[in-house]
Design a protein around this ligand. Structure first.
Ligand SMILES: C[S@@+](CC[C@H](N)C(=O)[O-])C[C@H]1O[C@@H](n2cnc3c(N)ncnc32)[C@H](O)[C@@H]1O
Length: 409
């Protein structure tokens, strides 16, 4: 049982900014493998894994670092309590035993989020309210004051995971989802989530040294994530707000130092070229502004034009394409031509490269007409997608096992 739930009213000795506990990293479906890869590169253990989360261990200070560095995670959840509760009243009682007056300030905004599968409730917003009432009622009793609360994740965020009778209470140290990096001021059409785009780049096993070619770049999310990786720039450096900043005892000075240490680790340049093109000028304008906000505009060469005209420099690297895949009425023929054209483009211009097509439409994917060497499953929101890999080099090359990853990035 953590200190917070200790008997009596003993003062918490160790702030959880220094206290090691279980940390749950939540992410989109099919991304745990990439979260694990990132955790191991950062030197954190990867424990139990579900369809959309990976467990690790650390202090809330570790959580600060993970928020800064993880590219494929949604939320970094630091566990503060675990108990059993049969119904909402039991939940209220148990949450009310946590010493919230040592965790939260009445001056910070509070929001509560939850994931619930309990026979006694069918409305998660009711559980949010019940948990929030337990927290603020305790604070009123102990401090005479309570924080303002609401759904916006702009302050301290508590996350309640309640399945059957098991309940885990977490500090959501991220607050807003980490997919919101802060660079995409100009979304164009339906952009990929930043975390998914980062996972796609990791899945290509690009070594951050060769070229990265991204025709049909839309808002530029894939190219921008690749550039951030090439520079070893932590994605969280772009964000000004995280949930942990609103927790009592937030070590502001340590956070400033961590940020400047992390910033100092990034490189100024990389040896390859990143090229992003799109047929729509507005997409390239949006991509450029997004890249500028992300601080990587100097690294990406943008161009307007049909994907078939995208320059592919001699050398090696990856070509990643995310064509449209929703077939509106009358669009089938046009999209079939696009996918067929991608196959021709790969054959004619891609020698030395590995080609990738990210799509949610298997019928259209067949029109590429080349043999796939890997098909990697992802979800784009609820749509099941595949990242299809095509080896475009001539002759033979060492087969890399699925679990291997580049050492350079
Ligand atoms: C699904 S979107 C890409 C979204 C992108 N991955 C992102 O995260 O923003 C497909 C893009 O392909 C572009 N496109 C469609 N046909 C094209 C063509 N023939 N040549 C180049 N780009 C094209 C569209 O303008 C659109 O921006």
């Amino acid at each position: 049982m953590p200190d917070l739930m200790g008997e009596g009213e003993a003062v918490l000795k160790l702030s959880f900014f220094e206290k090691k506990n279980s940390i749950l990293i939540s992410c989109a479906k099919e991304l745990p493998a990439y979260v694990k890869l990132e955790l191991s590169r950062l030197g954190y253990p990867a424990g139990a894994e579900t369809l959309a989360s990976v467990e690790t261990k650390g202090t809330l200070s570790d959580a600060m670092s993970l928020n800064l560095r993880l590219r494929t995670a949604g939320h970094v959840l630091y566990k503060i309590s675990e108990f059993t509760a049969a119904d909402p009243n039991g939940l209220y009682r148990e949450i009310g035993k946590i010493k919230w007056e040592e965790v939260l300030s009445p001056d910070e905004f509070l929001s509560v989020d939850c994931s619930v599968q309990n026979a006694s409730v069918n409305d998660s917003s009711f559980v949010n309210r019940k948990a929030k009432d337990a927290i603020v009622d305790r604070m009123v009793t102990k401090l005479g004051r309570r924080p303002d609360s609401g759904p916006e994740k702009k302050g301290a965020v508590i996350y309640v995971y309640w399945v059957d009778t098991l309940c885990r209470v977490y500090l959501d140290s991220s607050g807003e989802s980490l997919q919101k990096r802060g660079y995409r001021k100009m979304p164009f059409m339906a952009p990929l989530q930043e975390t998914l785009a980062a996972a796609i780049v990791l899945a290509t096993r690009w070594d951050c040294r060769g070229n990265f070619i991204n025709p049909m770049c839309g808002s530029g999310t894939i190219a921008i994530e690749a550039a951030l990786m090439a520079l070893n720039r932590a994605p969280g450096l772009l964000r000004g707000n995280f949930g942990f900043m609103h927790v009592k005892g937030f070590p502001q000075e340590a956070w400033r130092e961590l940020r400047s240490r992390t910033r100092a680790e990034s490189a100024k340049a990389f040896p390859g070229r990143i090229i992003a093109t799109d047929i729509d000028r507005r997409a390239i304008e949006a991509s450029y502004r997004n890249a500028k906000t992300a601080g990587v505009d100097h690294l990406i060469e943008f161009g307007v034009g049909d994907f078939r005209k995208t320059p592919v420099p001699t050398g090696d690297g990856v070509i990643v394409m995310n064509p449209e895949y929703g077939e509106r009425m009358g669009e089938k023929k046009r999209l079939e031509d696009v996918y067929r054209g991608i196959g021709d483009f790969f054959k004619q211009k891609g020698e030395g490269y590995t080609g990738y097509v990210f799509t949610g439409n298997p019928d259209l994917a067949k029109k590429v007409g080349l043999k796939t060497s890997r098909k990697i499953k992802f979800f784009n929101s609820s749509i099941e997608c595949r990242l299809l890999e095509y080896e475009l080099y001539k002759g033979s090359r060492k087969i890399v096992k699925d679990t291997e990853s580049p050492t350079q990035c």
